[in-house]
Ligand binder design. Sequence first.
Ligand SMILES: Cc1cc2nc3c(=O)[nH]c(=O)nc-3n(C[C@H](O)[C@H](O)[C@H](O)COP(=O)(O)OP(=O)(O)OC[C@H]3O[C@@H](n4cnc5c(N)ncnc54)[C@H](O)[C@@H]3O)c2cc1C
Ligand code: SF4
Length: 498
Amino acid sequence: MFPNKEKGFMTYPRVMAPREAIEDRVAHWREFEGKLPNDELRKQAYRCMNCGVPFCHQGCPLGNIIPDFNDLVKDDEWEEALHVLHSTNNFPEFTGRVCPAPCESSCVLAITDPAVTIKKIENSIADKGWKEGWITPEPPLKETGKKVAVVGSGPSGLAVAQQLRRAGHTVTVYERSDAPGGLLNYGIPDFKLEKKHVKRRIKQMKAEGVKFVLGREIGTDIPAQKLVDENDAVVLTIGSTQARDLPIPGRELSGIHQALEFLPQQNRRVAGKEVSGGGITAQGKRVVVLGGGDTGSDCHGTSLRQGAVSVRSVELMPRPPDEQNPATPWPNWPVILRTSSSHEEGGERQWSVLTKSFVGENGHVTGVRGVQLHWDMPKGGRPQMQEIPGTEFVWEADLVLLALGFVHPEHTISTELGLELDERKNIKAPYGAKGPEAYRTSHPKVWAAGDARRGQSLVVWAIHEGREAAHAVDKALMGHTGLPSINSFGYEEAMPAE
Ligand SMILES: Cc1cc2nc3c(=O)[nH]c(=O)nc-3n(C[C@H](O)[C@H](O)[C@H](O)COP(=O)(O)OP(=O)(O)OC[C@H]3O[C@@H](n4cnc5c(N)ncnc54)[C@H](O)[C@@H]3O)c2cc1C
Ligand code: SF4
């Protein structure tokens, strides 16, 4: 079908998967991106140039071996492609859906043409793997007798747990919520990631022998010291859950909520679970979302689906350039205008706005008072903002959602165990160190990974950190490890120490 490898990108254009029409998709909570037919996916994979120096591979935090799986998909060798993908990524169906795909930004083809559709190919490989029954439990061949506790079941905790269990350790994941998955489950809306994908992986992990203890908060319900005493290693993957607040006049008014008070409630409703007191809803309300990023965009899309009268998403920073930004040339992650699927669905966006206060009546918010900003961007210096005189305004609002980022993890466990924190108050544990010292906190039996260690980030980084921490823990417990690490140069550590 594809005789001349070099001609793929000259023969076929980039094709995106179809999306449901906006008026249809905002009426439900399901994923709305369709599939590409098998032949089309093979053409898309054929566009890959199999570069001698594949920058896509370097752009992917997991080091996904992208040219190889593209080549296999081109040749219709899907099961082998899945094997290649799983060799660096435990959960490609998660990243295939929610990753911002830095690999595509650094694809060599992107210098002159639209990048290879790496993310869609990854997602299609994973989905086909599940459909065909190629993804099955992989329990360890022998038990080591070592015990590991993982605290927190987000993508980082799940990756640590799966890797360490497959290495033969007894692994228990402790999660304070009533369901595992962290932000994959309670946070990221169902229309971006249906929860059946998370459930399916948890089922696989349980069949491999990972135990899950749900509804128990470590440091509160169970002392962290108990886990340290009863296990050979403890890995903290508790996320970065302390939300940034906006302490301006009127913050005490009702109707102003943190994004993570709002979004998980909708996940619960979709799952058919109870939301006490009916919860927060945007139905029939004028909504203002303060803050951009994934969290702000998710509040925007959720509010539209709940039936908001209006949704306005507001950012402090200026509107980035539409397409090319000379400040972030290829192969860097381009700082350009990002229009998420939620932004496409309706509402409006505003940039360069400083929120000065909230206004209200009878204790409830009725508006947001703000002013337009002028930004100076001195070369090499920090951006400077100035209020533009005479541009003050009040936007009417019945619901204000704060999506201003997350400052650091909660400190209950680190205080109890006396763990050192870094300058941003994340759990201090070295990145880039090799062997057992990587990701090890100031306590010799405790490691940390994911957002709790690196600060708020991405699912792909959380999985990367989980895999790397697992490598380090296994090495510490056994003196050698067969678990891969891209920080320790691939599989070099796989050889047992003499
Ligand atoms: C709304 C939202 C949307 C996002 N969308 C995207 C996206 O589209 N793409 C993307 O790549 N990234 C996205 N992100 C970021 C991404 O979700 C995170 O970077 C990632 O989930 C971090 O994984 P983690 O395992 O480190 O922590 P988390 O996913 O935060 O998981 C931490 C878990 O630890 C549990 N926990 C905390 N303390 C304790 C304790 N003491 N005892 C027991 N359990 C505890 C928590 O309940 C939680 O389940 C989004 C983030 C948010 C908030
Ligand atoms: S950089 Fe792009 S074209 Fe080159 S190997 Fe990677 S996906 Fe293929």
